[in-house]
Every structure is written in structure tokens, then in C-alpha cells.
Design a protein around this ligand. Structure first.
Ligand code: SAH
Length: 353
């Protein structure tokens, strides 16, 4: 199976080349693309608009699906966590987060993660491997089909966040390719402004991202207002420190279009980074680099064994937010979703049960 071409990760023009190499007319590529991404069919045999002989030829050389759903967990708040396996047996996790008038799918860019953020459970897996563009796209198709039925039109738009397992900017090419495939109007049609990519701060890639013509929204995980603390919590800071990160953020800010903003995520860890002084230091930092079109997403820590951190109590979280606001910084508290099924931020570690 692994040697077969995974057509779910092919752009429309790549599919066109592919059908030509197997001696078929170009328009077949359009049919396949629609079959995969608009009708969300993961079995060529269901593409009955293709002649049977052609379907058989396809099945011989290619595949539409390489991921297997191993288990599926549903939270009391409606969040669903999918634990999948790649063909070579690596875990992939995807989370469906419903809200009243929109759906969000949180997908993974890597199996495991190479970054060693001290407060994150995924870090304990280490990097297993990068996911292919096809494996990224397939996560979204599998989730939408599970929630709404194969190919059924979704009642409202789908937002995507690259906030599952992995560091998206360490799998940049595959990520961008997957997003391009998903934005195609002939397919899933999830346009870049419905997508947010989160990075722990791979600085050169922030510059590269800023230069992309059609790019999604950006979130940067910060979680500490000083190098000393950030070195400890997020070792990637030893490679690119806060100064370098904020310079890149400033360059990125300059490329924002009207009305656009970007986000800093700040995981709140009780007694570690949640003091009034640290809130002030964070606001000052934004001032120092003259970052204006930014909002802060405060994420109270989602605890999980064996992580030793705990979330601050509610009043402390509110206080942190108020201090930021009093200094003119927009701040929001991210409500945890799917904590009971290990689906919340930082809890994805291929847990069973
Ligand atoms: N590697 C990327 C993508 C992951 S996004 C990044 O770091 O941005 C996951 C988000 O959840 C990050 O902002 C991360 O800091 C945060 N997070 C990690 N562990 C967490 C935990 N236990 N509780 C709450 N948030 C956590």
C-alpha cells in the first residue's frame, strides 16, 4: 500500500500529469479531484462517474486513503478526538470542535513532535515523522465524513487550525501544499482566511510565511515574557530567542492586510508565568517592538499526567487578562474543549481511553 501513489495529496495539476502518464484523458483528473475533495470519497470504486476499467487501473497504482481510524472519543462538550494510524503505524490525532455557528478542525502536521515544551504532553512522544500533504488533507476528509456523512454538505463553514501534534513550520512544504489543495474551489474550498497555523517560533519560517501570497492566519506560541523562563519552558527559545522572534513578528505584522491581526498564545501555568509582573512584562514587550495588530490568547494549562504544571485559578486568569487589557492589549481566554477525552491543547499523545 505504501508504494501506491496517495492521490489525496496531489494538486489538481499533479493529478492531470498523473492521468496522462497512465494514458487517460486530462478531464479524468478533474473527476478524480472532485471525487476526492468535493464528494469526499476515499474509495475509487465509489467514483461511479469513472469507467470501471479505469477505476481498476487506478486501484492498481494508487490509493485515496492511507490513514486508519483506530479509535474515536466523544467529549461531553461535543468535541471529538480521532486517533488514527498511518500505513506504517504512526499515530495521527485530529480533533473536531463544534461551536454554535462554526466547526473547527484541529489537525496534526507531524506524528509526535520534536520540540520539548515542558508543559506539553505531545512532546513526550518525540518526533515520529513528518506527515505527508495527503495525510494532512485526509485527516480533514475523515473528520467531515464522520460528522456529517460521506460527501454531505456541511451546514456551515469549516475553520482549520494547525494546532494538533507537531510543529507545522518544521513540515512547511507539506503543510503549505495541503492547505493549497484544501483551498481549491473545486474541492473542500477551505480558504486561507479560515485557517490558522500555530508555531512555537521557527523564526526563518515566519519570514518565509510572511512572503506567501495566499497565506493563512498566524499564531505564535510565546508562554513566557523573558528569555530566562522561556528557555526553560520552550527549549526552542535557545535556538531563536524572544528578540529574534519578536523581530520576525514585527516583519510579519508589516505584511498584514487591512483588518488582519495575528495571535500570541500564552499557556497559563499556575505559579510559573501567571503573575501580575509577568502580565506587565508581556504588555511591555509588545510595546517595545511596537506590535499593535496582535491579540493574546490565554490558554489555562490543560493538565495531564505526568506533566507537573497546573492551571491558575479562575480569578488569577481573569486578573492576568485585565492587566493586559488595562495596557491596551486585546486578550482572550481560550475555553478548554474536550479535556475529558484528552483532546485539549497539549493533551494529544495518542492516549487510548
Ligand atoms: N507546535 C506548534 C503547534 C501546536 S499548537 C506550537 O507550539 O504552536 C498547541 C498549542 O497548545 C500551543 O500554543 C501550545 O503552547 C499549547 N499547549 C501545549 N501544551 C499545553 C497544555 N498542556 N495546556 C494548554 N496549552 C498547551
Amino acid at each position: 500500500m505504501s508504494e501506491k501513489l496517495h492521490l489525496t495529496g496531489f494538486q489538481a495539476n499533479e493529478l492531470a500529469d498523473f492521468v496522462q502518464t497512465i494514458g487517460e484523458p486530462k478531464y479524468r483528473a478533474k473527476q478524480i479531484f472532485k471525487g476526492l475533495h468535493a464528494r469526499r470519497l476515499l474509495d475509487f470504486n465509489e467514483m461511479t462517474d469513472l469507467p470501471k476499467a479505469f477505476r481498476e487501473k487506478l486501484i492498481d497504482t494508487a490509493t485515496a486513503t492511507t490513514l486508519k481510524v483506530e479509535s474515536r472519543y466523544v467529549s461531553i462538550d461535543g468535541t471529538r478526538r480521532f486517533l488514527m494510524k498511518t500505513h506504517d503505524n504512526f499515530p495521527v490525532e485530529t480533533v473536531f470542535i463544534p461551536t454554535e455557528n462554526r466547526d473547527t478542525i484541529c489537525f496534526s502536521s507531524q506524528s509526535g513532535c520534536p520540540l520539548k515544551c515542558d508543559f506539553c504532553l505531545t512532546a513526550k512522544l518525540g518526533l515520529l515523522r513528518n506527515l505527508t500533504a495527503g495525510e494532512i488533507v485526509e485527516q480533514i476528509i475523515i473528520v467531515l465524513n464522520d460528522v456529517y456523512g460521506t460527501g454531505v454538505e456541511t451546514p456551515h463553514g469549516t475553520n482549520l487550525v494547525a494546532m494538533g501534534a507537531g510543529e507545522p513550520f518544521l513540515n512547511f512544504e507539506n503543510l503549505i501544499k495541503a492547505l493549497e489543495i484544501m483551498s481549491d474551489a473545486e474541492g473542500l474550498f477551505i480558504v486561507p482566511n479560515r485557517v490558522t497555523v500555530s508555531t512555537a517560533g521557527i523564526v526563518p519560517k515566519i519570514y518565509e510565511f510572511a512572503r506567501l501570497e495566499k497565506r493563512p492566519n498566524l499564531a505564535i506560541s510565546l508562554s513566557a515574557p523573558s528569555d530566562e523562563l522561556r528557555d526553560e519552558l520552550m527549549p526552542i527559545n535557545k535556538r531563536w530567542n524572544i528578540g529574534e522572534l519578536f523581530q520576525a513578528a514585527k516583519e510579519y505584522e508589516k505584511t498584514l492586510r487591512r483588518g488582519e491581526r495575528f495571535t500570541f498564545e500564552y499557556v497559563l501555568l499556575g505559579g510559573v508565568n501567571d503573575s501580575a509582573e509577568q502580565a506587565c512584562a508581556l504588555a511591555n514587550l509588545l510595546g517595545e517592538y511596537d506590535l499593535q495588530r496582535v491579540k493574546i490568547n490565554l490558554i489555562p494549562h490543560n493538565s495531564a499526567e505526568p506533566l507537573e504544571y497546573r492551571p491558575p485559578d479562575t480569578e488569577q486568569v481573569e486578573r492576568f487578562k485585565k492587566i493586559l487589557e488595562s495596557k491596551g492589549v486585546s486578550a482572550y481566554i481560550r475555553r478548554p474543549r474536550g479535556r475529558d477525552i484528552y483532546a485539549a491543547c497539549g493533551q494529544l499523545a495518542a492516549m487510548k481511553g
